[in-house]
Design a binder for this molecule. Sequence first.
Ligand code: GDP
Length: 389
Amino acid sequence: MIDSSLVIFLAVAAVLVIAITALALSKKSRGKVQSAAPVVPAKAPEAPIQTSQPEVELAEVSDVTEAEILGTVESKSIPVDVPESMEGRKVKLRERLGRSQGSLGQAFRQTFANSTIGEAAWQDLEDTLIMADLGVSAATGIVESLKNAVKKSGASSADELQEIAKSELIKLVDGGFDRTLHIDRHSDRPAVVLTVGVNGTGKTTTTGKLARMLSSQDKDVLLGAADTFRAAAAEQLTTWGDRVGVPVVRGAEGSDPAAVAFESVTAGLEQEVDVVLIDTAGRLHTKQGLMDELGKVYRVAGKLGAIDEVLLVIDATTGQNGLMQAKVFSEVVPVTGVVLSKLDGTAKGGIIVAIQESLGVPVKLVGLGEGPDDLAPFDAADFVTGLLG
Ligand code: GDP
């Protein structure tokens, strides 16, 4: 009797030991995949290097190829779910904006609720627009153009006034900008997109969300984690890579971000992907420092072919202050589009107009939350419809 209990006890203990050992081993080997498998820096094709950025000194390339790159992580370890369609994202844009920009929409609706609009109502609207971060001159400009449009049309019903307001606002927010995202593969190389901006604005999150959005459009994407200053950034991007099922090129913490950017484009060329998305660091210590770091990433990543998009991420909740910081970035790299993040967390959507006016660059995408599909292409008509209902 005692013997048989002892045998059972020993058997159970043995099974437990085996199970625990197996679990520990599997964790260890997963850890290795994340950080090992160094990629031998591939030789970049000769011609594009010579022709794309001739002003860059060759010494910079050799620095870069010697830097330590941890490797390309094939991120396929967790099941990949289906990203939201572009149409679904547009619907979300309208719904979320209606909700988060309630006070702005309400101000317009109130102004146009009566068939005649008095001077006090115009003044109230102007005040609300200024408070919504539109900037004084833009706010005054909108009210003036609305006043003129109302006078010219002789509109007398609230509905007519609302329609005039809608079309004037669409004109203003649209600003005639081309919002095309340049993410189509060239005949011989991938499109390359850099995400830049002050730390904390949502660069890494936006890069991950964008990878997911492009995957939903059947594009092959590769992520480059060139924010090597923030320990968690590469980890965060790798998690996005896992979610989306796309490879991530990353470097050791503190390694040269330009090296990671260069290796990302090289890996993208080798793997013949459609788009390489590179997340960068945004330490805003001095303009010279930023120029040295980010300027170099831009030049080096562009050695294998010109960069297609430089997306500047601006946190909508930081308002005019965020805009000032963004200006510094736009002086360091040629920004081609703005991603306005955290638009779900503020009623200050007026910043869109101020950004476009002061940077001369269109808002191309908006971030509407922390979820994986909370990124939508920006469209002036959708925005205004969301605002005015
Ligand atoms: P980075 O330092 O610029 O790379 O910023 P992160 O990508 O790490 O984002 C900073 C914080 O902002 C994180 O907590 C994100 O989840 C959050 N975030 C990013 N985009 C959005 C957005 O569109 N809406 C909201 N509500 N939060 C966001």
